[in-house]
Ligand binder design. Structure first.
Ligand SMILES: Nc1ncnc2c1ncn2[C@@H]1O[C@H](COP(=O)(O)OP(=O)(O)O)[C@@H](O)[C@H]1O
Ligand SMILES: O=C(O)[C@@H](O)C(=O)COP(=O)(O)O
Length: 409
């Protein structure tokens, strides 16, 4: 293993693993730190669920993953966070990046969440989602990490004791990038609005022990190892299998709302009533009974609600208590379905996917082809997964995912 990635959530781990694998690097996704090194690969991606944990716990888990990746041989580490920079004024992006940098003995690391294929671009230090600044997108109402400032420098500064610097797009596109990086100290927000910009940046950080960013910065890194003759060109495996799928959506993003509505219009779907759940009604049994009855038809269970409604609901119901109750319920539904022999799971939402995968404990996963930008198929010997980041995928994503998991012959 020569490239190690520490992802702060499970969908993000699949996202970067898929992009690296698509560049021909033999890639494994480790769903637990205990699995690191258990499978031979060139790139190893560790899926943590640290995005919304207390800062100290997120730092400690990230450092533990780093030690194991270094022991496995990694010469470059990527800290992968969300392309919408999901964090709060306390963390966890700043503190984790700072701790990893200290352990690796580096004074500088880039900060580059840009993911143009999914409409996330960084310009003048500000993050855009499609054609609106981050703070005007659905992310301003995210249940756990509401993003209310689009200026990454301003959002990051209170999270870290390191200096926060910026390299503008003009420098990325000129010969000045390498010089600017050599001179910079601290966490350096780098503008990028196209894949081409990201590949230039990736080339410039070929020798950096630590890179931080969204998944798309990972796209350009395999070429650096290939140029040094360290890797070959491995095709991605198919990873489809026969049988019905269970779909679980705990994401309240704008995209997931549209996808749930589209799926519900033609396929069996049941909403999780979060209010009843919190008041102790047997919601788990009711939803599970529906899923058993419709198992052959790839049913969907969802708590997905419009972003502003779920945010208001969480605020009125003891903060993360509601979110955690939903995560536990969806994870338990997955566990019960797996026990009945369901082997294919589509999960929408990063925290939600983390809960489901931690409950199913699939061990190391192979990384297959992308169903949509940032969403690859993942599989072990007995189960196949598609873990969808909240805002990814077209309106028909859930139909497409079910179809993509089924072999074509
Ligand atoms: N109806 C709801 N009300 C309140 N919280 C919810 C509701 N549905 C889901 N949640 C919680 O919101 C969070 C969504 O986060 P996540 O799964 O990461 O989705 P995304 O990928 O869109 O960010 C989860 O913790 C989930 O349990
Ligand atoms: O970088 C991204 O946008 C994704 O890989 C990701 O991490 C999204 O997180 P969720 O929206 O919480 O799934």
């Amino acid at each position: 293993m020569i490239l190690g990635c520490i992802a702060d959530d499970f969908t993000g781990a699949g996202d970067i693993a898929g992009l690296i694998a698509a560049e021909g690097m033999r890639t494994s996704l480790f769903t637990s730190v205990d699995d690191i090194g258990s499978r031979s690969c060139e790139a190893g991606v560790v899926a943590l669920k640290t995005r919304s944990l207390p800062v100290e716990v997120a730092v400690q888990q990230s450092l533990a993953a780093l030690e194991l990746l270094l022991q496995a041989g990694c010469s470059q580490i990527v800290f992968k966070y969300c392309s919408t920079f999901d964090s709060t004024p306390r963390g966890n992006i700043g503190p984790v990046a700072e701790a990893l940098a200290a352990r690796l003995g580096v004074e500088t690391a880039i900060v580059c969440p840009s993911f143009p294929a999914n409409g996330r671009t960084v310009y003048q230090g500000n993050l855009f989602v499609g054609d609106v600044p981050l703070a005007e997108s659905g992310m301003r109402d995210h249940p756990l990490t509401p993003m209310t400032d689009s200026d990454l420098r301003r959002w990051l500064a209170p999270q870290t004791s390191l200096a926060v610097a910026h390299i503008p797009l003009q420098r990325v596109r000129s010969a000045g990038l390498a010089d600017d990086l050599a001179m910079a100290r601290g966490l350096v927000v780098v503008d990028a609005v196209s894949d081409q910009d990201l590949r230039i940046i990736a080339r410039a950080v070929a020798d950096a022990p630590l890179v931080t960013g969204g998944s798309a910065i990972g796209m350009g890194l395999p070429a650096n190892f290939r140029a040094r003759g360290q890797i070959g060109d491995t095709p991605v495996p198919a990873l489809s299998r026969h049988g019905p799928t269970l779909i679980l959506s705990g994401s309240c993003s704008v995209a997931s709302n549209a996808q749930v509505a589209a799926y519900r219009a033609s396929r069996p779907a049941i909403a999780v009533d979060v209010e009843r759940l919190l008041h102790g009604y047997p919601v788990l049994e009711e939803v599970d009974e529906f899923l058993v009855r419709n198992a052959a038809d790839s049913p969907l269970a969802y708590s997905t609600a419009p972003p502003e409604l779920s945010r208001t609901f969480i605020e009125a119901n003891g903060g993360n208590r509601a979110a955690l109750a939903v995560e536990e319920l969806l994870a338990e539904l997955a566990t019960r379905a797996a026990a009945r022999g369901i082997a294919k799971f589509v999960v929408a939402g990063g925290e939600t996917s983390g809960g489901v995968v931690e409950a199913l404990q699939p061990g190391p996963l192979q990384v297959g082809r992308m169903i949509a930008p940032g969403v690859p198929l993942l599989a072990n010997e007995t189960q196949t997964f598609a873990l969808k980041s909240g805002n990814f995928g077209s309106e028909n994503f859930l139909h497409e995912a079910v179809a993509a998991m089924e072999p074509t012959t």
